[in-house]
Design a protein around this ligand. Structure first.
Ligand SMILES: [Zn+2]
Length: 271
């Protein structure tokens, strides 16, 4: 499942292939729905609209046109790729943006948990309204995280993965950030000290920035819009390493199901 660094890389590669400035000639639906129905209004209202900006908010991609915003979530397996010939279609190609330049942007999604809808503005969309702070924005501070963690009995890992507080810290990067901050994922959030909150924020920022720089992590089949895999999985220190020696101390990495997700940590290094 793509996390924040992967979605950021999709955004960057969409910019790189020249999506901004393209004018819609046709929107083609090759099936009726993804996670939600694909609405006919997209095929009608987007004609003649110019893509002004491609943005990311949490794990949503936003294509901003003259009058609308197209909101897209990649779900588990969504991806975008550019083609210039109609013959280049593949299985699971569900949506095609045809631009007047001849460029086609294809949305492919084998498991169809993705989302593609049109919204009036980012301020009014129900998809975006309850989202917390961006982890790389200045507002995400140790002070704010510490204040928010008071009286929270939930485990630290669930706390930092709560999208209403901070967005885009998914399962992989939560485990990795907690290992680097030397904090046990199962510890109640309320037990976080002020100093540890600073350290955790620093580690979350560092890991996400490094992962974005490495093109994200390719676990199963993630690719950016230029077909490139991420390489950050080579830098995972605990994620998916259950039973293997901790890179710091050699003790076997532990794993357990926490809030429905596999969680990895070192019982010796993380308190
Ligand atoms: Zn260790």
């Amino acid at each position: 499942m793509p996390e924040l660094p992967e979605v950021e890389n999709v955004k960057l590669s969409l910019e790189k292939i020249g999506t901004v400035g393209q004018v819609f000639e046709k929107v083609e639906f090759r099936r009726a729905n993804l996670r939600t129905p694909l609405k006919k209004e997209l095929t009608r209202k987007l004609l003649g609209q110019t893509v002004r900006k491609v943005e990311r908010r949490a794990k949503f991609l936003l294509f901003e046109t003259d009058d609308f915003v197209i909101i897209n979530h990649l779900g588990m397996t969504g991806s975008w790729r550019p083609v210039t010939r109609a013959a280049d279609f593949e299985k699971h190609d569900h949506v095609v943006f045809h631009f007047t330049s001849g460029l086609k942007l294809i949305y492919n999604d084998p498991r169809r948990f993705g989302l593609l809808e049109m919204i009036k503005s980012t301020g009014t969309s129900p998809w975006l309204k309850n989202l917390g702070v961006e982890p790389l924005a200045p507002a995400f501070t140790g002070e704010a995280l510490f204040a928010a963690s008071r009286k929270i009995k939930a485990p630290l890992k669930s706390f930092i993965m709560d999208q209403k507080r901070v967005v885009g810290v998914g399962n992989i990067y939560a485990s990795e950030a907690l290992f680097r901050a030397r904090l046990k994922p199962t510890r109640p959030a309320a037990k976080l000290t002020r100093v540890e909150a600073d350290r955790l924020v620093e580690c979350i920022r560092t890991i996400l920035t490094a992962a974005i720089g490495a093109g994200g992590s390719t676990i199963r089949d993630y690719r950016n819009s230029e077909g490139e895999e991420g390489s950050f999985q080579a830098h995972h220190l605990v994620y998916d390493r259950a039973g293997k020696p901790c890179v710091q101390c050699g003790a076997p990495v532990k794993s357990k199901f926490l809030a429905g997700r596999n969680t990895y940590w070192c019982a010796k290094c993380q308190r």
